[in-house]
Design a protein around this ligand. Structure first.
Ligand code: UDP
Length: 194
């Protein structure tokens, strides 16, 4: 099947490499995309929190973030090929973006972490166009940030606000954007810059 449902959450049945190609195709077509990398904590939140469940329903793709989901898929007799985590995808997408000169907006983390992340991107992935950046401690009610992201015409938006903030933020704003692959990647900037 194309999807494997675990407690009603539809996980995309894909390898990481095939999924990165899927995202690249959507970037080329400027198709706006909301990606959630879901671990067992997210599956439980979808069971217990109707608001979070509504947010998950807005996602175009939900990937299996971690071995817990891969094991659960095996248990329900519909195995998933491998885990497709946010950090691994960030590294893959940086490589693709470097080759294709994509525009990336970086949203999230403490400011010093964000600045170190940007510095590393500039030195290690010189082909990437940094569309913009904002640390993860901002006023959610201020419309300036969504407008700035929209105006920056990003191909990719890394949203590193952690669970459940990143999904809530993307779900709450995706309607305002015309383009971009938006992906929640948790604490990946901390790992990347560390
Ligand atoms: N973070 C953020 N804004 C916030 C809270 C957290 O940008 O309001 C960042 C934090 O700096 C870290 C990432 O989100 O880079 C993940 O945070 P945390 O470890 O708290 O989240 P979780 O591990 O639960 O996803």
């Amino acid at each position: 099947p194309q999807f494997v449902k675990i407690l009603d959450v539809p996980f995309i049945n894909t390898t990481r490499a095939a999924f990165i190609q899927t995202l690249q195709n959507r970037i080329e077509k400027k198709e706006k995309t909301f990606v959630v990398t879901a671990n067992p904590e997210i599956v439980m939140a979808s069971l217990n929190d109707p608001v979070y469940k509504k947010t998950l329903e807005k996602a175009d793709f939900i990937t299996a973030d971690g071995i817990g989901i891969v094991k659960a898929a095996q248990l329900v007799g519909q195995p998933l090929p491998e885990r497709v985590s946010g950090f691994d995808m960030m590294l893959d997408l940086l490589q693709v973006a470097n080759d294709k000169h994509y525009r990336i907006f970086f949203l999230g983390a403490a400011d010093h972490v964000l600045q170190e992340t940007l510095a590393k991107v500039k030195s290690d992935y010189p082909g990437i166009q940094i569309a913009g950046a904002q640390n993860g401690f901002f006023d959610w009610k201020d419309p300036v940030l969504p407008q700035m992201i929209k105006d920056s015409k990003p191909d990719l938006v890394f949203v590193a606000l952690g669970f459940p903030r990143q999904e809530n933020w993307i779900g709450g704003h995706i309607g305002q954007f015309n383009q971009g692959v938006f992906i929640g990647i948790g604490g990946s900037f901390d790992v990347f810059s560390g």
